[in-house]
Write a protein that binds this ligand. Sequence first.
Ligand code: SF4
Ligand code: SF4
Ligand code: FES
Length: 250
Amino acid sequence: MATATFRVWRGDGGGGKYVDYRTEAGEGMVVLDAMHQIQAQQAPDMAIRWNCKAGKCGSCSAEINGMPRLMCMTRLNQLNLSEPVTVEPMKAFPPVKDLVTDVSWNFRVKQKIKRFRPRPADAPDGTHRMQQMDVDRVQEFRKCIECFLCQDTCHVLRDHHKHDEFIGPRFLVYTAALEMHPLDTEDRLPELRQAASIGYCNIGKCCTKVCPEEIHITDNAIIPLKERVADRYYDPLRMFLRVHQPKKTV
Ligand code: SF4
Ligand code: SF4
Ligand code: FES
């Protein structure tokens, strides 16, 4: 059986180094299999996060040869095994140990986004009426597995560390799913403009390229949200009306 070298980052928040492991590379194997093989045979203390091994739990996110990818969905035959394959943790989040990062920041961001607020029922029996096309538009966003690979690749978080100011592509998708929901009545545009800092996004589409669920993050979520913010806050007619409309009296 063929063998391959995996250059795996080993360490924790205090620092670390790359360690080479040579292991068998059998037909049909994915990178997660190779990591498990190394763990079983050579490095029992190596930390790896995973769950489903089917590309659906979003747990096994890592960087493989510098690209944010799911380890369980990256087949060895997609890689050049004549050279060492680098496997390291996501860089946008603090390392915990080896390939495991602390992604809890994402869940704190999610908690701050205004929840779904449906309009009153459209019929006496409590049901609502919706256009199928409005329902279909948000379905794509619901495929997200919260792997956070898009967050990892986004330069605003990865290189500029704007975690306090920018919610990142995953939560722009989440916000879009709520904002475009046909029943939702909440207004999240002030937060998108201020606290979520949608303006930091330069729509370079790096997030879209790494999404394992092939969600059109930039075209279908971020750009429509940017347009809504621009229409509200930067449309010259709206700005004129905001300045000149009579103040409400109590
Ligand atoms: S398109 Fe925007 S959100 Fe996506 S990676 Fe680029 S800057 Fe980040
Ligand atoms: S939008 Fe795609 S890349 Fe981002 S967290 Fe969801 S599934 Fe992962
Ligand atoms: S182990 Fe679940 S997505 Fe990879």
